[in-house]
Design a protein around this ligand. Structure first.
Ligand code: PEP
Ligand code: MG
Length: 569
């Protein structure tokens, strides 16, 4: 078995077709007539632009506008007069052939992008190299590997897939993709997910172990790849594929359905996101909004803090994309397991108990918290934004954050800048201290969202990342369950919304308990939404009350889990 990075879920079974791009040999050749050579380049450029435009239109029609954006990005590069001007200048001033001039200019820019400490910028390097080869092939009259006409049941195997190659794939014929290079966030992986083709990328040395026609089985959820597997393995994956496809099809009927129990209790099913572009998936899976936008992702993979303006754009984009559906945006939660090098934070002896989240933000109001809150308030004019404060332990923190928000509101009023005057400010309930005084918090917060990932850690005194003590890390522990039930009861008693955005919200064995406790909102990864809706709509509150009562009578996590497992089946 080979192991790679799981880039697009699903099971792929089929015959390997190895797609190798013709290696172009680009030599420095002098040309006598550089004016004619520039013209030859311009006509190749024109042809490549037309092809790219056609690819973008095809993608927009087949998959969606967002996927087409990748090809539109290529088009923008081709239309950049600086870039193409440099190629033309090279041709004329050095009297060299167009292919070589392209090689020089595009390789140089790809190198610049590749050296940047930002994944998006690094992706630009792949785009540059993709375009370089396409332009050179057009000039040389070399045809690109023909991906559009692969036979049915193909597992496409390649060293790397360029975005333009992936865009040309016919998903009816290609049942899986395996590449030696690439990553989860590369444009080709994004396209594979959009085309819903199972894919495993970054499988080291794979091309040395596979030939055309080999039978390949791949699991795009785990990253496992088999070449000519035993009949028993192939059979097992055939069954897995059937089950995967059957469930997927079955769940589609829950798109557009309300999330309501058999006896008429409605809850909200929303999603967790890390970047504005994730909203697309939320809408695809019919999420009713966003229950947690982890803003720290905007601060990661870069060399400097995002400005207020950059943050404003990101929050506004999310609010607008959701078209009136609510989005809970959590203010910066760094420290703990999430570090941001450019912030120059000293290493904490005990990071999860240290300088993290709201503690850090209140200490660095001017350079961190104020710009973020201002961006959030300004963006609130464009949709239904709610602000959520993470890792709160005492009321003072909530009051201080609210005071700062009030101060910024005053500033915006003075400047005549629009914002949602009734914007809600909620608390992430994820520490033992906050839980114990949840009744007090419920009087001052506009909503709660329970962060079970941390609540379990802080209740059980167990580091959420430490394998040695992971046996203690269970949300089913009666201590954690009581805490959750208490938080929900306190919130409900004050009439505020209580949600949950920790992983437990989508755990099939937890959902019945959370419903019985009275949870109003469940926030989870977008892909879990339809499955959860199916579960919720299948229960009645009356039956669940009895189940919860029984579950809460056990003394150990193991007993609760065993009981819930039996109940859920
Ligand atoms: C949580 O703690 O449950 C949570 C949702 O936040 P994070 O995992 O980002 O700490
Ligand atoms: Mg947390």
């Amino acid at each position: 078995m080979f192991k790679g990075v799981n880039a697009s879920s699903g099971i792929g079974i089929g015959k390997a077709v190895i797609v190798e791009e013709t290696e172009l040999v680009i030599q420095r050749e002098t040309v006598a007539d550089s004016v004619a050579e520039v013209e030859r380049f311009k006509s190749a450029l024109e042809q490549t632009m037309q092809e790219t435009e056609a690819m973008a239109a095809d993608l927009a029609q087949r998959i969606g506008e967002k996927e087409a954006e990748i090809m539109n990005g290529h088009l923008m590069l081709l239309m950049d007069p600086m870039l193409t001007g440099e190629v033309e200048t090279s041709i004329s001033s050095e009297q060299i052939c167009g292919e070589y001039a392209i090689e020089q200019v595009f390789t140089m820019y790809a190198g610049v992008f590749a050296a940047m400490d930002d994944e998006l910028m690094q992706q630009r390097a792949t785009d540059m190299l993709d375009l370089k080869t396409r332009l050179q092939k057009t000039m040389m009259g070399v045809a690109s590997a023909n991906i559009a006409d692969l036979p049915a049941g193909t597992i496409l195997v390649a060293r790397d897939l360029t975005p333009s190659m992936t865009a040309g794939i016919n998903p009816e014929h290609v049942t899986g993709i395996v590449t030696e290079l690439g990553g989860k966030t590369s444009h080709s992986a994004i396209l594979a997910r959009a085309l819903e083709i199972p894919a495993v990328v970054a499988v080291g040395g794979f091309l040395d172990n596979v030939k055309n026609g080999d039978e390949i089985v791949l699991d795009g959820s785990t990253g496992a790849v088999y070449v000519n597997p035993d009949a028993s393995v192939a059979d097992e994956y055939r069954q897995k594929r059937e089950a995967f496809l059957k469930e997927k099809k079955e769940l589609e009927q829950y798109i557009g359905k309300p999330t309501v129990t058999k006896d008429g209790v409605s809850v909200e099913l929303v999603a967790n996101i890390g970047r504005p572009e994730d909203v697309e998936k939320v809408l695809q899976y019919d999420g009713e909004g966003v229950g947690l936008f982890r803003t720290e992702f905007l601060f990661m993979d870069r060399n400097a803090m995002p400005t207020e303006e950059e943050q404003f754009e990101a929050y506004k984009t999310v609010a607008e994309m959701l078209e009136g559906k609510p989005v809970i945006i959590r203010t910066l939660d760094i420290g703990g397991d999430k570090e941001i090098p450019y912030m120059g934070l000293a290493k904490d002896e005990n990071p999860f108990l240290g300088y993290r989240a709201i503690r850090l933000c209140l200490d660095r109001k001017e350079d961190i918290y104020r710009p973020q809150l201002r961006a959030l308030l300004r963006a609130s004019a464009y949709g239904k934004i709610r602000i959520m404060i993470p890792m709160v332990t005492c009321i003072d923190e909530l009051r201080e954050a609210k005071a700062l928000i009030a101060e910024i509101k005053g500033e915006l009023d003075g400047l005549g800048v629009a914002y949602d005057k009734d914007i809600q400010v909620g608390v992430m309930m994820e520490t033992a201290a906050a839980s114990l005084v949840a009744d007090l918090f419920a009087k001052e917060a506009d909503f709660f969202s329970i962060g079970t990932n941390d609540l379990t850690q802080y209740t059980m005194a167990v580091d959420r990342g430490n394998d040695k003590v992971s046996y203690l890390y269970s949300t089913f522990n009666p201590a954690v369950l009581r805490s959750i039930r208490h938080i929900i009861a306190c919130g409900r008693a004050e009439g505020i919304m209580v949600g949950m955005c920790g992983e437990a919200a989508s755990d099939p064995m937890m959902i019945p308990l959370l419903l019985a406790f009275g949870l109003n909102e469940f926030s989870m990864s977008a892909s879990a939404i339809l499955k959860s809706r199916k579960m919720i709509t299948g229960y009645s509150m009356e039956e669940l009350q009895a189940v919860a009562e029984k579950a809460m009578s056990f003394a150990t996590a193991g007993e609760v889990e065993a009981y819930m497992k039996e109940f859920v089946g």
